[in-house]
Design a protein around this ligand. Structure first.
Ligand code: ACO
Length: 155
C-alpha cells in the first residue's frame, strides 16, 4: 500500500495529464468534449509526477459524475483510485451535490467491483453507448464493451 499521495486540482489546461486520462477513455476527442466542464484532480506521490487522475463533471445542481478515473499502470493496486474515489465523494458532499455517479462498460468487471465496493449502486443502463460513440470496438476480459452501466451513490 502506498504511504502518501497528495491530491490537487489541475487549473492549467497545459498540465492536463492526457496519458492518464487516455487509460480510462480511448478517445481524446471524447475526453476534450467533457473536460471543458470538468473539475480535474491529480494524485501525486513524493516525486510530484501525477500517478492518478479523476475528472468530475457537473450534470446539474443535483448530480456530479466521475467522468474519468485512472491510475498509471506502475502505480495500480496500491489503493490510489480508492483514495481518488473517496476524495470525489467528499468533494461532491462539500459542493452540495445530492448524487455522485460513475459510468463504466459492461466488460469492465474490475471497475464494477471497485465502484460497488465504494457504495455505488447500478441505476441505469445506456444500451449500445460504446458502439454508438466510439469508432473502434473495445474488448476487455474477452467481452465486447457495448453498454454503459451508470452507478450512483449519495455522497
Ligand atoms: N480488476 C479487478 N479488481 C480491481 C481492478 C481490476 N481491473 N482494479 C481495481 N481492482 C480492485 C483492487 O483489487 C482493490 O480491491 P481490494 O480493495 O478488495 O483489494 C480495489 O479494486 C481498489 O483498487 P485500487 O488499488 O484502489 O485501484 P487502482 O489504484 O489500481 O485503480 C483503476 C483502479 C482506476 C481501475 C486502474 O486499474 C486503472 O487506471 N485502469 C485503467 C483505466 C480505467 O479503466 N479507468 C476506469 C474507467 S471508467 C471511468 O473512468 C469512469
Amino acid at each position: 500500500m502506498l504511504k502518501k499521495i497528495e491530491i490537487s486540482e489541475v487549473k492549467n489546461p497545459q498540465e492536463m495529464p492526457y496519458a492518464l486520462l487516455l487509460l480510462a477513455d480511448p478517445s481524446k476527442e471524447v475526453i476534450d468534449k467533457y473536460l471543458k466542464k470538468c473539475l480535474v484532480f491529480t494524485a501525486c506521490s513524493k516525486n510530484k509526477i501525477p500517478c492518478g487522475v479523476v475528472a468530475l463533471y457537473p450534470h446539474n445542481n443535483k448530480t456530479i459524475e466521475i467522468k474519468n478515473i485512472a491510475v498509471a499502470t506502475d502505480h495500480q493496486n496500491q489503493g490510489i483510485s480508492s483514495k481518488l474515489i473517496d476524495f470525489s465523494i467528499q468533494q461532491a458532499k462539500k459542493l452540495g451535490y445530492e448524487y455522485i455517479e460513475i459510468g463504466t462498460g459492461n466488460s469492465s468487471l474490475g471497475q464494477l467491483y471497485l465502484y460497488q465496493k465504494h457504495g455505488f449502486r447500478i441505476k441505469r443502463i445506456l444500451t449500445d453507448f460504446f458502439v454508438l460513440n466510439y469508432d473502434e470496438p473495445i474488448i476487455e476480459n474477452g467481452l465486447v464493451c457495448k453498454d454503459m452501466l451508470i452507478l450512483v451513490k449519495k455522497p
